[in-house]
Write a protein that binds this ligand. Structure first.
Ligand SMILES: *Cc1c(COP(=O)(O)O)cnc(C)c1O
Length: 219
């Protein structure tokens, strides 16, 4: 299917999920997860109105995005993959938000990098809601302390991000994220991917990260 039809269908599904939810209505961003996609596919998505893109690796984003950002200055680029502290400055320079803050040392490195770059960008805390050893993210028990640390040092934390375990119903994870967010007055919830974005929207997501549903299966 052409990407224009794909986006139309996804927007309709998102709209339907939004009307299903009992929560107050809030905008939901369709973020295109563009890892592995070349500039051609990304430009196709931009032409049909996608404004937000997520990349997983700083290096891949540095190879692909500087020229795209120059050509399409309205686009917002989000880091959705793990970040090493020694790449914090490069990440702050290139991205418009970081969704994967998961430890105090990284929060400190980001504050330092924002100072040096003279640029402040919003951050989300990634929570490893399933406590999976191979997955990034702060474990739920430590999320409160990390959020408070970020606030104490002045990092602009706007919300939470999670990737529920494969093969488990995602709804309890999404509900738990919302609980933590409400406890701290955090407005943004980046949750929901190709297989579970409608559930995520019904449960309060403000940003769904779609890869396969938008671009097709990854090679
Ligand atoms: C790849 C990726 C996505 C998109 O996954 P799909 O299942 O292809 O929609 C979302 N979030 C993160 C962090 C990813 O790495």
């Amino acid at each position: 299917m052409a990407i224009v039809q794909q986006v139309e269908m996804l927007r309709a599904q998102m709209e339907k999920a939004m009307t299903d939810r009992t929560l107050p209505r809030s905008a939901v961003t369709l973020l295109a997860a563009s890892k592995g996609q070349d500039a051609g596919s990304i430009e196709e998505a931009i032409r049909v109105g996608i404004t937000d893109f997520g990349e997983n690796r700083v290096q891949e984003a540095q190879d692909k995005w500087p020229s795209l950002k120059e050509k399409y200055p309205h686009i917002k680029l989000h880091l959705i993959g793990p970040l090493q502290s020694n790449k914090a400055r490069q990440a702050v320079a290139l991205f418009d938000s970081i969704q994967t803050v998961d430890r105090a040392s990284l929060a400190n490195a980001l504050i330092d990098a924002m100072g040096k770059e003279g640029k402040t960008i919003p951050c989300l805390i990634q929570v490893n809601s399933g406590k999976e050893p191979q997955k990034a993210g702060v474990i739920p028990e430590e999320a409160d302390a990390l959020i408070m640390h970020c606030r104490a040092i002045g990092l602009p934390v706007e919300g939470l991000m999670c990737i529920p375990p494969v093969g488990q119903p995602p709804a309890p994870h999404f509900a738990y994220m919302r609980l933590i967010a409400e406890r701290h007055g955090l407005a943004q919830l980046s949750m929901g991917m190709s297989d579970d974005f409608e559930t995520a929207i019904r449960m309060g997501s403000t940003c769904v990260r779609l890869g396969r549903a938008l671009f097709g299966e990854r090679a």
